[in-house]
Write a protein that binds this ligand. Sequence first.
Ligand SMILES: [Fe+2]
Ligand SMILES: [Fe+2]
Length: 212
Amino acid sequence: MIYIFNWLLGKNDFHDAIECLVAALEAKDVYTSGHSSRVADISYDLARMLGLRGTTLANVHVAAHLHDIGKMGIPENILNKNGKLLPHEWAIIQRHPEIGYNILIRSKRLKKIAEIVLYHHERWDGKGYPFGIKMDKIPLGSRIIAVADSIDAMTSERSYRKAMTWEACMEEILVNKGIQFDPVVVEAAEKLWKVWRKRQETYETTELVNSV
Ligand SMILES: [Fe+2]
Ligand SMILES: [Fe+2]
């Protein structure tokens, strides 16, 4: 993680600023921070598998770490509510991509990362939010994070349900190939899921994509 920040940012003060944002997110919500780290690792692997390198790869990785930073602007009683959300509460949660964008866009150097965060809940078929844009109108980084986000949500335990097995998770991702998710990103996930399953057993933040 540290090395990719250095690669992207070059300057230590900017690197420090990103670390502060990640720390702020951790202070607010431990669950979101653990989730974001895993989504960052999965997104990094997918992006590399899809041939992204250099700054473009680093942008996807950093955006994945920060994808839910807009949840800092959502009231905790809604964010941590046990049980079904009411329609108006759901509408408030759905604001988090735009809140995240508005936080990150304050830095000109984070423009690309802010855009990836803004579109991370859009869907390939145009039924996502906040704009309902579809297919390659959605930045590739956002399409990658959308798949990684769903994989981590399904394979993590929640208070109200058990974690899904990796096999069941991949079946679910495949069912949504070309519907919710970019088919090309799903194909990359198919090549990587055995590596992720192994990593979850002994979870480490390493670049396993190089070993497949
Ligand atoms: Fe999100
Ligand atoms: Fe998320």
